[in-house]
Write a protein that binds this ligand. Sequence first.
Ligand code: ZN
Length: 243
Amino acid sequence: MIRVTVWNEYLHEREEGSPVADVYPEGIHKAIANGIVSDDFQVRTATLDQLEHGLTEEVLNETDVLLWWGHRGHEQVSDLIVNRVHERVLHGMGLIVLHSGHFSKIFKKLMGTSCDLRWREVGEKERVWVVDPAHPIAEGIGSYFELPNEEMYGEHFDIPAPDDLVFVSWFEGGEVFRSGCTYHRGQGKVFYFRPGHETYPTYYNETVLQVIKNAIRWATPKHGSLPIYGFNGPLEEIHTKKP
Ligand code: ZN
């Protein structure tokens, strides 16, 4: 079983009179958790307001892949927890950063750049093109898929060059954006996936959910023993020595 934790700041959805509550009455994390149900996944959720943001040592140690949705509350996430998540990624936990999570402390720490971009929110059409059809994250997605209403994110997106660029988005207003980017950090695998503005029902879209499921399977740690660092005794007898 792949142990998945869906983390959401869960702020917009609980604001009085917010349209986000109509789209995600139980929160974005619940919509995603319900949407990715699979025989090989064991899914739990965590939110900002919980003790240690729901990301205790125990929870993280029992997480193979962590999903991250944040927007308004990035600065409310404690550095202690960011460092803990960072450490877990370096030791092999997969991390999938969604939409406005591009500005989260954890994503910026892992990227080392500003992660800034252009944006516009008018609910225009987004067409997401598959640019790496052989990539496991693109499995079953076809050549492209469309979201009728989304927020626009445009280049330049200030990220390091991704290991693999899986998706590129085109927006009705004319911009393009690197929408699906993979990275390796330490032993961990990281995937950034753009769609998912809080006022649109993007996380009910079957194709979006399929991409997230593919990304979870891709990001799951599969390696064996952890690497060893520091002093190393010789495996063979050494005959060459300093005179
Ligand atoms: Zn947004």
